[in-house]
Design a protein around this ligand. Structure first.
Ligand code: S3P
Length: 439
């Protein structure tokens, strides 16, 4: 019988120390893509070396963009928006950000290419990017709204658009902006529900003609982006696992250094403060236009909360770990407006509710909401089906630090997409997490 090595987490001692969390995945992917369109060389320091980011890097190399790794930086030899037809299908693995942003960029470049991804990515909706691109008069083909997508060298028939974004998605917004980079005229995007603005910040930093006023973004092209040194902050979404693990542990105190604090990413801090969390942010400054700071977090007695729809895009990737926090917080927490959670690396509403309830958490699942009955102790002990979702895997391993019986996850390999050092970082802080051989 085939043996699988996976991870097991168990009741842990206090967590203490200072850590630097892995670099930001969203900004790392953008740094490679945007610097490939500059004319000249960009150095990127602290690029996240995770699977999702490396897949975008390989794709760019397949498009004949030279990228080399030096001691402590990557150097990208930008060609001013010129790419060569790839010899292979462009494979993005598990990365929605990679494929959606590159579809936008390539759709208005003079290139013929096919873009695809793994099983999970191939079931995620692409119509949300196909529709606005078609509105720009770009011809692309797709598999009934899913991957693979094909883009063609169609000789500049595309036009700028004035587009209202009904879904709060940074990937859709960024796809349109990157298509607009090579679309003569002014493209306007009106965001009904604002989302993370890493693309806007980086484009402006590299000299793009981009103006943002309230929820209206205007990008006027042609643009000639100039290479500038980039340094990637720590990923707030990875920091979230550490923050919540420390809050739930006894006698614990941890400092997280150089964490990205983009307003549209840090909704979790607002929610946790309402839950009585002891968190402070110090040493705020900027890396290439992005706010970063150090986060200090201490053990806290968390209380339940109600989280409404308005904050969803600022909290989107943190719901799985927030559900774990709610499971151990005193009282009943309620979360609303969770439709977008269903189209992530897994359907996170069902994968998380299955994993939690199987391990003793009482909850009520609605169509796009969940109610979690928190208490100090949960039984644990039942294998978690991660549905190949890195954030489900990591969230439930944190759950296992506090449950009566250990937590084993079915598969650990997806953790590499965003947080390759997860086990080592938590071991360093004092948590009990180890390899486990599953029959
Ligand atoms: C991301 C945007 C979000 C987020 C994803 C990364 C990005 O997705 O969930 O993990 O880098 O732009 P949506 O844009 O689909 O909400």
């Amino acid at each position: 019988m085939k043996k699988t090595i996976t991870l097991k987490s168990s009741k842990s001692k206090p967590l203490n120390g200072t850590v630097t969390v892995p670099s930001d995945k969203s900004i790392s992917i953008r740094s490679l893509i945007i610097s490939s369109t500059c004319l000249g060389n960009t150095r990127v320091f602290k690029l996240l070396e995770s699977e999702d980011v490396m897949n975008t890097l390989k794709v760019l190399r397949n498009l004949e963009i030279k990228i080399i790794k030096k001691n402590d930086y990557y150097e990208i030899f930008g060609q001013g928006g010129v790419f060569s037809d790839p010899q292979k299908i462009l494979h993005f693995g598990n990365s929605g950000t990679g494929v959606r942003l590159m579809t936008g960029l390539l759709s208005t470049s003079e290139v013929n290419a096919t873009l695809t991804g793994d099983k999970s990515l191939s079931s995620r909706p692409m119509k949300r990017i196909i529709d606005p691109l078609q509105e720009m008069n770009i011809s692309i083909t797709h598999n009934d709204g899913l991957l693979p997508i094909k883009v063609f060298n169609h000789n500049n028939h595309h036009v700028p658009i004035n587009h209202t974004l009904n879904v709060g998605s940074a990937q859709v917004k960024s796809c349109i902006l990157l298509a607009a980079l090579n679309t003569k005229g002014t493209t306007t995007i009106v965001e009904k529900i604002p989302s993370r603005d890493h693309t806007e910040i980086m484009l402006k930093f590299m000299g793009a003609n981009l103006i943002k006023e309230k929820n209206v973004i205007k990008l006027t092209s042609p643009n000639f982006l100039k290479p500038r040194e980039l340094r990637i902050p720590g990923d707030f979404s990875s920091a979230a696992f550490v923050i919540i693990a420390v809050l739930l542990s006894k006698k614990s105190k941890v400092k997280l250094k150089d964490v990205g604090l983009n307003y549209y990413r840090t909704g979790l801090l607002d929610v946790l403060k309402k839950m009585n969390a002891n968190i402070s942010v110090k040493n705020k400054r900027k890396f290439n236009g992005e706010i970063v700071g150090d986060i200090e977090v201490e053990s806290s007695n968390l209380i339940a909360t109600v989280v409404n729809k308005g904050i969803v895009p600022r909290l989107i990737d943190e719901y799985p770990i927030l559900f774990v926090a709610a499971s151990y917080a005193l009282g009943v927490s309620e979360f609303y407006g969770l439709k977008e959670l269903k189209v992530k690396e897994s359907n996170r509403l069902t994968s998380m509710s299955n994993a939690l309830s199987k391990n003793g958490v009482r909850l009520v699942l609605g169509n796009d909401s969940i109610k979690i009955y928190g208490k100090e102790n949960h039984e644990g002990g039942n294998q978690v089906e991660t549905e190949n979702d890195h954030r489900v895997a990591m969230s439930m391993l944190i759950f296992g630090f506090f449950s009566n019986k250990s937590i084993v996850i079915d598969e650990m390999k997806m953790i590499k997409t965003s947080f390759p050092s997860f086990k080592e970082l938590f071991q360093k802080l004092g948590a009990k997490i180890e390899y486990f051989q599953k029959l």
